[in-house]
Design a protein around this ligand. Sequence first.
Ligand SMILES: Nc1ncnc2c1ncn2[C@@H]1O[C@H](COP(=O)(O)OP(=O)(O)OP(=O)(O)O)[C@@H](O)[C@H]1O
Ligand SMILES: O=P(O)(O)OC[C@H]1O[C@H](OP(=O)(O)OP(=O)(O)O)[C@H](O)[C@@H]1O
Ligand SMILES: O=C(O)c1cccnc1
Length: 483
Amino acid sequence: MRRNEDLTLHTDKYQINMMYAHWKNGTANKRCVFEAFYRKNPFGNGYAVFAGLERIVYYLQQLKFTDADINYLRQQEEQYDEGFLQELHAFRFTGNLACVEEGTIVFPREPLIRVEARIFEAHLIETALLNFMNYQTLIATKAARIKQVAPEDYFLEFGTRRAQESDAAIWGARAAYLAGFDATSNLLSGKYFDIPTKGTHAHSWVQSFESEEEAFRMFTEALPDQSTLLVDTYDTLKSGIPNAIKIGLELKKKGKALKGIRLDSGDLAYLSIKARAMLDEAGLTDTVIVASNDLDEDVISELKSQGARINVWGVGTQLITSAEQPALGGVYKLVAREEDGVYVPTIKISGNVEKVTTPGFKTVYRIINQESGKAEADYIAMEDEMLPEKDLYLFDPVDTYKSKTIHSFKAQKLLISIFENGKLVYKLPHVEEIKVHFKQQKQLFWPEHMRKLNPQTYFVDLSEQVWSTKMELLKAASFKQKK
Ligand SMILES: Nc1ncnc2c1ncn2[C@@H]1O[C@H](COP(=O)(O)OP(=O)(O)OP(=O)(O)O)[C@@H](O)[C@H]1O
Ligand SMILES: O=P(O)(O)OC[C@H]1O[C@H](OP(=O)(O)OP(=O)(O)O)[C@H](O)[C@@H]1O
Ligand SMILES: O=C(O)c1cccnc1
């Protein structure tokens, strides 16, 4: 089962180098706080759908260096002291991890994962945490965009054969499901995560018989209750659909029904309109039309606007490879370090304003306006900061004169405690619960933030304390540079 996968060396060598240097210098036990966040929404979207936590939990639970891992490190780097390698035998994740729940709608620059731990541990896990969060969040976001253009239709995830290897297919199918897809063709993903699975048949099934009609008959005889026939192997209108209708009528006589036909090439709008008319004319009004062929949200939206009569969409390559944008670009930054038993905020300066980090041991709240029930902004505050009961002052962290006060609000904490002192304190929800959570999340936002094209920016604001800490550290850094 995936939860026992040995992934301890699934990290960048520089993490082990830093762990080693801390060990050498006697600073390995110093505590610190890291935050993972991303900077820009993918696909020009207005939001992202957070995913990856389940895998992060499995990963942290299995973390331990085996003898083989340690031997390998000994061979890889002769400078590593034997004492350090022996120390790795006892390595476990003993820190605290807080994280946004899967299926939560999230925004750029807010903390999605927060690690508070010995610096020795916090370094090791960066690579894997980002790896899981970046990919799964990207696919969940893409899936949400795709589902959004036809919310009443049924979506099948078909990407495995085109995915960047098996992990991407298996976890990608789960990410797609939690963000709105209805089933996957990947049985292993279905088995691991209890996701519905569905399948039609390939062109090779038709080609393996003398005639298309015989192929269709054989298939429906084997699977009379769930056959969807692929009608484009030879000629969709002249042969595929007429043969499917013939078989559909035979099934009807036997008290069965042809579940669907699948179109996989040509003009999908035109063909689906024709197919619907032909099926209806024959009395097969319940037979659905499935379409596939390099679909994405733009093609589906275009097909809908052309009046396509498609009920079920099979989406593979464009979704599972996130073809339009292959990386989310999430990062993991040090925001506080322990000095003499207290946390001091740290900053990373950059010539690019977007890349300057926000210092401090922080948390993030979703501010819900009590009157409208809608989310007004996300609000980043220090973890130990008290929020006012009412009249919350929000201001743009760049154009600070842009401000407003929310009189009556509810503040939802987005970071949930997952591990405390290395112990799992969170019950992983079933993917169905995550799906429901995502649906509820969508209700929280005004449509202008959710639309696919040119959405309005949703604000992620800083508390005055966080903002002034950032300004002070920026000033101190520029003063140091001048000197
Ligand atoms: N009516 C339509 N409007 C917009 N895009 C469409 C329409 N019908 C199909 N497409 C999309 O156009 C893309 C290319 O379709 P095209 O017809 O060139 O390929 P194909 O049908 O696979 O070709 P072939 O018939 O040679 O197999 C696919 O992504 C398909 O989903
Ligand atoms: O186009 P995608 O969005 O990636 O969806 C998956 C594709 O995979 C299959 O084609 P393939 O040619 O691999 O096999 P087939 O013989 O089953 O059509 C299927 O027919 C879809 O066209
Ligand atoms: O079941 C299908 O039709 C299917 C599954 C995977 C890829 N393409 C199609």
